[in-house]
Write a protein that binds this ligand. Structure first.
Ligand SMILES: Nc1nc2c(c(=O)[nH]1)N[C@H]1C(S)=C(S)[C@@H](COP(=O)(O)OP(=O)(O)OC[C@H]3O[C@@H](n4cnc5c(=O)[nH]c(N)nc54)[C@H](O)[C@@H]3O)O[C@H]1N2
Ligand SMILES: Nc1nc2c(c(=O)[nH]1)N[C@H]1C(S)=C(S)[C@@H](COP(=O)(O)OP(=O)(O)OC[C@H]3O[C@@H](n4cnc5c(=O)[nH]c(N)nc54)[C@H](O)[C@@H]3O)O[C@H]1N2
Ligand code: SF4
Ligand SMILES: [Mo]
Length: 865
């Protein structure tokens, strides 16, 4: 079957994918991945099924026609604008929209409705980097490219768990380090993450201690004579003020060992080729923008920017976070990196659009936008391709705020999401593989997403839905024949980049024919009509502030927190994507970490009365949650970590954002999602359970975390009251109405095991006990639909003659921890040897850090014997 050349819809690495409906593989010709894919990319085929898809527009819960639904949307938005003014409506969009979708949404609200009340989930993600770039460079430019990481002699990763969140760049880094062992890697992160596996040095910084570290570094660079005076004189303003602010702060605030800090400073000073990569540990902070500038200051002072192997490098999270910034997706930006506040910019865009009205001031940023919903100021809201009821801080309050909006529209691919459940109108969008357009990755490479799957039901591409609403609102600028036509208009508009001396210019693509757009190969911007395409920025200066100079900023690190309890850090796990609406469908991906957890240091666990596998109750000023306890010395003392992925549908009690305070950075408006004061205690549960079933699960228990298994569903459970009738409870939870039940109760221990079977085939298994149940999860999940006696199924683990693979480590080949431990004991003491014997780590390589950790642990325990 012909393969379609497209791009992965997950992270900002932007890997090229060769896809057919049955199979995906990495595109060897794509400059982001050269054939590699990570565990999530490799599982794409498992996540495009039609179950749960929204197939027709829905108004107040009933399927309807596009004509009815979009007529209503246009009427309601128009009525709100007419009665309450343009700022009474809002769009909340996403870095997962394609550039064409994003462009049309912006054009509609900023240029026709006349409001800038459009913000995006990139506010939760990249806003501090954008603000930091603009302060330093005069525009939102990422100066370098991925090759810089391979060519550097020192790579500093700040608040980035690259191994799990940008796995293919991590693999490239790993390969580069293997080829050039002199390369050094430093990780600055409160936690010892999988990324630390390749680190020569890990600085377990206290939350928000980063500015103190980089201020200290700047002072050290000056003292060590590392300033590139010629570069600073020619291209940089603000050097003296930045250095005196740096000298006024104290790196002790970062709470890392003085020796380690000195080692880091020395490495940085002595290495010309340094890349500093940063991500959410930097951006998602009350002082995120300052952290970005504290980092950039060090690169500007040394002139280490824009040359091969050098520069600050903000890696983007979502597949089109960068494209969104280019089209002006944020409430305070205009298309093509132009500024709303600049009258000349506004006029030029309005002229190009030939539009009736133009927003005149910045719109509401995400957190404020939902506050305005709460206050009744927003009369019509349209959410596209994002799930704010899950992903915004103080999420319960956000859900309540959305409920207060008189008219809410959600465009999604699924019929049920936590946000969609709050909407009046649901609009079915075509998803990855069903639609077509462009995305821009972390290194400014524009790639095509191409269609290779049939359109499900009556779903339509996002740009087409938005343009239709524009036409129905009576506007003339929305007659696009195709996504190629949208792209051409946008590319032509970007010629304004040249007019106003901005970085972003892709006007060289404005004349693409439909066929040339179809064939468009990955291309790095800028793509001007004349001049060079792509490349790095700023090696020879050429910044975008008036006068062409960059600015170093004086940074005062935030005062150390006086709070002496625990704080809550949040983020991602290797095999899930955000609110799990897609990755959550893959049994393989779920097998890695199947429930929400709190990573906690052994001493903090002891002090708070927590044991491994307990459930912990977390309480903050905002809310409560219940998650599994995972005790690990990888955690920093005083800070616990909880992943962000679980939802009302997958683990209602285990959602983290109801806990997170909606505190924002003063410059970027980005929420600080990594540092909320939290209290922990053991959750009092009368019983714990594990269940697998061929039917959808309906637990209705105090704690439940549901995941797919290869032949059905699995869940972890816990309840505060033990039911009187276990069989009835088990039947309800497993959704088995007519299967025969075999019930085993152990009166002395309180343990209960129930098997449901039909014609000798296992349909469901239910295990409950007064303590967390000790059954082999993956083994038990594999028993569904097997012809095996209830009694042996309820043993809950493999017999002596059958190997139990244990929890999945390698998602690609489903290799379990027990299999790996056996092979390590039998002499496979390198990651490569484990790969040869079990295949683990040989496809995407995402599990290599965990393989290395297993080997190290085994060797440590042998040494201790
Ligand atoms: N598997 C997976 N990959 C993804 C995603 C996903 O959902 N799943 N999402 C994508 C998206 S949109 C994004 S934005 C990226 C995010 O990618 P990352 O930013 O790498 O991911 P996070 O886990 O959010 O946070 C990174 C690290 O910041 C650390 N941190 C917390 N506070 C501080 C601090 O004060 N200072 C420092 N130095 N570090 C701190 C955390 O301990 C954490 O390990 O990932 C992208 N890739
Ligand atoms: N506590 C905490 N919270 C966080 C973070 C954190 O680190 N900690 N990280 C933040 C960050 S960086 C980010 S980026 C956000 C992400 O948070 P969200 O954007 O809310 O999460 P997603 O699950 O990616 O939501 C995407 C939605 O779009 C739908 N969708 C998929 N494809 C399409 C399509 O083609 N069209 C349409 N219309 N819909 C589609 C999906 O089904 C899903 O409902 O979370 C933020 N929240
Ligand atoms: S690293 Fe993984 S998730 Fe990111 S784009 Fe590549 S395959 Fe997709
Ligand atoms: Mo993100």
């Amino acid at each position: 079957m012909t393969q379609t050349c497209t791009t992965c819809p997950y992270c900002g690495v932007g890997c090229g994918v060769l896809a057919t409906p049955d199979k995906v593989k990495g595109d060897a010709n794509h400059p982001a991945n050269y054939g590699r894919l990570c565990s999530k990319g490799s599982a794409l085929n498992e996540t495009v099924g039609l179950e749960g898809r929204l197939l027709a527009p829905r108004v107040n819960g009933a399927d309807t026609t596009w004509d009815t639904a979009l007529g209503l949307v246009a009427d309601k938005f128009k009525a709100a604008v007419d009665e309450f003014g343009p700022d009474s409506v809002a769009f909340y969009v996403s870095g997962q929209l394609l550039t064409e979708d994003y462009y049309v949404a912006n054009k509609l609200i900023k240029g026709y409705i006349g409001s800038a009340n459009i913000d995006t989930n990139s506010r939760l993600c990249m806003a501090s980097s954008v603000a930091g770039h603009k302060r330093a460079f005069g525009t939102d430019t990422v100066p370098g490219c991925y090759e810089d990481l391979e060519q550097a002699d020192l790579v500093v990763l700040v608040g980035s768990n690259l191994a799990w969140c940008h796995p293919v760049i991590f693999q490239r880094l790993l390969a580069a380090k293997a080829a050039r062992p002199q390369m050094r890697v430093v990780v600055i992160d409160p936690r010892r993450t999988a990324t630390c596996d390749i680190a020569d040095l890990h600085l377990p910084v206290t939350s928000d201690g980063d500015s103190a570290i980089f201020n200290g570094l700047l002072a050290h660079l000056v003292d060590a004579g590392c300033v590139d005076q010629a570069y600073v004189d020619a291209h940089v303003d603000g050097f003296d003020a930045a250095v005196s602010a740096a000298r006024a702060s104290d790196p002790v605030q970062a709470d890392v060992s003085a020796d380690d800090l000195a080692t880091f400073y020395d490495m940085f000073a002595k290495t010309e080729k340094v890349v500093t990569v940063y991500s959410q540990g930097v951006n998602q902070s009350e002082a995120g923008t300052d952290k970005v500038n504290a980092i950039i200051n060090c690169h500007l002072a040394t002139g280490r920017i824009g040359r091969p192997g050098m520069g600050p490098f903000s890696v983007t999270g979502q597949p089109n976070a960068m494209g969104g910034r280019e089209v002006g997706g944020l409430a305070n930006m205009l298309a093509c990196h132009l500024d709303i506040e600049n009258e000349a910019h506004r006029d030029a865009v309005q002229q190009a659009w030939d539009s009736p009205t133009m927003c005149t001031h910045a719109g509401l940023k995400a957190v404020d936008l939902f506050r305005a919903c709460e206050e009744g100021k927003i009369k019509a809201l349209w959410v596209m391709s994002t799930n704010p009821a899950v992903s915004l801080p103080d999420a319960t309050r956000v859900s309540e705020a959305i409920k207060k909006v008189p008219f809410t529209v959600v465009s999604d691919i699924l019929e049920r999401t936590d946000t969609g459940d709050l909407a009046h109108v649901l609009l079915p969008a075509t998803g990855w593989g069903e639609k077509s357009g462009t995305v821009t990755n972390s290194e400014r490479v524009i790639s095509r997403q191409r269609k290779f799957l049939p359109v499900p039901g009556t779903a339509r591409p996002d740009w087409d839905i938005i343009a239709d609403v524009g036409r129905r609102m009576g506007y003339s600028g929305f007659d696009y024949a195709s996504e190629a036509a949208v792209f051409r208009e946008y590319a032509a508009l970007s010629a304004l980049g040249k007019t106003f001396a901005r970085d972003f210019d892709i006007s060289g693509l404005a004349q693409l024919s439909d066929a040339a757009y179809d064939d468009l190969q990955p291309i790095q911007w800028p793509v001007p009509t004349d001049g060079n395409t792509g490349g790095r920025f700023f090696a020879e200066g050429g910044f975008y502030h008036a006068g062409g100079k960059a600015k170093m900023l004086p940074i005062t690190p935030p005062a150390p927190k006086s709070y002496d309890g625990l704080t809550l850090n949040t983020g991602r796990i290797r095999d899930q994507w955000h609110t799990m609406t897609r990755t959550g469908r893959s049994a393989r991906l779920a097998a890695h970490l199947a429930e929400p957890f709190v990573e906690i240091h052994p001493e903090d666990a002891l002090a708070n009365g927590l044991h491994d596998a307990d459930l912990a109750q977390l309480t903050t000023d905002q809310g409560q949650a219940i998650v599994r306890v995972l005790i690990t010395s990888n955690a920093r003392r005083g800070a616990v970590f909880v992943p962000m992925h679980w939802t009302a549908q997958t683990a209602a009690a285990g959602r983290v954002n109801p806990l997170v305070a909606a505190v924002t950075d003063p410059f970027s408006g980005q929420p600080a999602s990594k540092d909320t004061p939290v209290a922990l205690k053991r959750a009092d549960m009368a019983w714990y359970g594990f269940v697998v079933s061929t039917q959808p699960l309906a637990p209705q228990t105090a704690y439940a975390a549901i995941a797919p298994s290869h032949t059905g569903w699995r869940a972890e459970l816990a309840g505060v009251n033990a039911p009187d009738d276990w069989e009835a409870k088990a039947r309800m939870v497993t959704g088995q109405t007519d299967a025969a039940a075999a019930v085993f109760e152990d009166a002395s221990s309180g343990a209960v095991r129930v098997a449901f079977h039909k014609d000798g085939i296992i349909e469901a298994l239910f295990f409950a006990a007064a303590q967390p149940v000790a059954v082999a999860r993956n083994y038990v999940s594999g028993l569904l639909q097997k012809d095996i006696s209830s009694l042996s199924a309820l043993a809950g683990r493999a017999g002596a003659n059958v190997a139990d693979p244990g929890a999945t480590v390698c998602a690609c080949f489903d290799v379990g921890v027990n299999t790996l431990r056996t092979e390590i004991a039998a002499g496979a003491t390198t990651v490569a040897a484990l790969g040869e014997r079990t295949c683990a780590g040989t496809n995407c390589g995402s599990c290599k850090p965990e393989l290395a950790a297993l080997i190290a642990n085994a060797q440590a325990s042998v040494a201790a014997e």
